[in-house]
Ligand binder design. Structure first.
Ligand SMILES: NC(=O)c1ccc[n+]([C@@H]2O[C@H](COP(=O)([O-])OP(=O)(O)OC[C@H]3O[C@@H](n4cnc5c(N)ncnc54)[C@H](OP(=O)(O)O)[C@@H]3O)[C@@H](O)[C@H]2O)c1
Length: 340
């Protein structure tokens, strides 16, 4: 593959554009310090068109086109193909790696799981921000990757680019991880932090929506479902154990009142939405933890995870859990880890 890696970006929203922006802004640094050049040859969206240019697409023109609403705004040029069927595009394009950053579906993992399978079957590495295929179809996709000699990497699916998967699988290799417990959803942590500052749940949620942390429909975050999805991924990555969403005990934060927050504070504790996973199982629920716990100090939309290990005891990682650039970096870290 040389030092130029050809990429197909499936999904070109906040995260896909974040990765493109990094590849553009850090092109010199990546080339000089990492001997890496990412060249985007294909981009696909659901409703804004697809593009394939075997000679490489211009990132400024891509960002300009999507900024104007559609990849169809990308200027015509020789060998440029538009609006292909996405599975055909994935199979037939010349990319070395497919970057999957379409919509997450925790029930079926689709259509992204099919996109990943098509990529692996056609000899391409797969790097994901999309949680669905890892949560639902990891074993099948991993077997396919082993069969085709390609890699399936997913650092960006949990805690954006904060390297919680690589820390566990690489830096802590040789330690036995007994349990992971973390704050894996920034929206709910932001809401709980604001409630500690005196806001009601409704006002804190409105604040989170105004700042773009929470969706117009915040159910996936506040119910705990988003954190559960991340636990499914951690269960696979840390313990090689497949769980389904209904196997996880889940309680969200909608029942937490200012009185609960105050009672915790009076006892020297804080409420956090804690996601836990071990070989025995997993849960997501609001827990009162002592202020001396490193997770208690994690405020706002920040994420954190503590790995309980046999040789080091607890190891805590704190960092961004969302954002286009932050998640784009998670994808970049995986791309840099691919064999060149
Ligand atoms: N944003 C974050 O901070 C963050 C962090 C970690 C992980 N993630 C995950 O990363 C993924 C992308 O997130 P995002 O924030 O970039 O979402 P987004 O802004 O909504 O963008 C999603 C992109 O995927 C495309 N898409 C959706 N369904 C598709 C399909 N069936 N086939 C082809 N393309 C499809 C969309 O096309 P249209 O524009 O035509 O709809 C759009 O280009 C999600 O799975 C998300 O859970 C996001």
């Amino acid at each position: 593959m040389g030092e130029r890696m050809k990429l197909a970006l499936i999904g070109f929203g906040v995260v896909g554009q974040g990765l493109a922006r990094i590849l553009l802004d850090k092109a010199d640094e990546l080339r000089n310090e990492q001997q890496f050049t990412g060249e985007i040859v294909a981009v696909a969206t659901r409703s804004r068109g697809t593009l394939y240019q075997p000679n490489g697409l211009s990132i400024p023109k891509l960002l300009d086109a999507i900024g104007r609403g559609s990849l169809n705004q990308y200027p015509d040029e020789a060998r440029l193909a538009r609006n292909q069927d996405i599975l055909t595009l994935i199979r037939e394009c010349s990319a070395d790696a497919v970057v999957e950053c379409t919509h997450t579906d925790f029930q079926s993992g689709q259509p992204a799981a099919d996109y990943c399978a098509a990529a692996l079957e056609s000899g391409k590495h797969v790097v994901l921000a999309n949680k669905g295929p890892v949560a639902v179809a990891y074993a099948e996709l991993r077997a396919l990757a082993a069969k085709t000699g390609k890699r399936l990497l997913f650092e960006a699916t949990v805690m954006a680019g904060t390297p919680c998967i690589r820390l566990a699988q690489t830096a802590l290799a040789g330690c036995r991880i007994e349990e992971a417990r973390g704050i894996l959803n920034g929206t709910t942590n932001y809401i709980l932090t604001q409630m500690e500052g005196g806001l009601s749940y409704a006002d804190a949620l409105a604040d989170a929506q105004r700042l773009g942390y929470a969706e117009a429909d915040p159910t996936a975050d506040v119910s705990g479902r988003d954190a559960v999805g991340k636990l499914l991924i951690l269960s696979q990555a840390l313990f090689n154990r497949k769980l389904t969403i209904d196997q996880v005990a889940m309680t969200g934060i909608t029942g937490i009142t200012p009185a609960d927050i105050e009672a915790a504070r009076a006892a020297g504790e804080r409420y956090k939405l804690i996601a836990r996973v071990s070989r025995e199982g997993c849960s997501v629920r609001p827990e009162r933890i002592p202020t001396s716990d490193p997770l208690a100090a994690v405020s706002g939309a920040t994420n954190a995870i503590t790995y309980q290990t046999d040789l080091l005891g607890p190891v805590t990682l704190v960092g961004a859990g969302a954002g286009g650039i932050q998640t784009g970096f998670g994808l970049l870290a995986d791309l840099l880890a691919l064999p060149q």
